[in-house]
Ligand binder design. Structure first.
Ligand SMILES: [Fe+2]
Ligand SMILES: [Fe+2]
Length: 147
């Protein structure tokens, strides 16, 4: 396997600590994590994978991310989260990363190490946003929900 780090392909198990206290946002995050795990399963095999199948899944995840970011921003505004502007900027940055990543996947002539490395970088970017950056508004949401 080209990536020697065994944890790179490890599926992410949903943990209650990931919950933001807002069911629609939690559902979006769960769905994106499930799809990320499917993506990891697909790239963990050494051969016989069609790059087109992976690109299709990443395309679906891209649409989901865009929709999720828009609804998350709406919720942040509704709940008067002070860090909304900074978070919106971060969403735009992640969207650029995702679009650039998809472009690079489409340009690659065939499935191989480079393709796999791009997929792992995409996974890293998504998880970093959902499991670290999004947690910044968790306490605010919890307060608003009366926890
Ligand atoms: Fe999010
Ligand atoms: Fe976010």
């Amino acid at each position: 396997m080209p990536n020697d780090d065994p944890t790179a392909y490890k599926p992410i198990t949903w943990n209650p600590i990931f919950e933001m206290g807002h069911s629609a946002i939690d559902d979006d995050h769960r769905s994106l994590i499930e799809k990320t795990n499917t993506l990891l399963e697909m790239i963990a095999v050494d051969s016989g994978i069609e790059s087109g199948r992976i690109i299709s899944l990443v395309q679906v995840m891209r649409e989901e991310c865009y929709q999720h970011f828009a609804s998350e921003e709406q919720v942040m505004k509704t709940l008067s989260f002070a860090g909304v502007n900074e978070h919106v900027k971060e969403h735009r940055r992640v969207e650029e990363v995702i679009d650039g990543f998809l472009d690079r996947l489409r340009e690659l002539p065939e499935w191989g190490t480079e393709f796999r490395e791009h997929v792992l970088a995409f996974r890293m970017c998504l998880l970093d946003h959902m499991l670290r950056y999004d947690l910044k508004y968790k306490s605010h949401f919890m307060n608003e929900a009366g926890y």
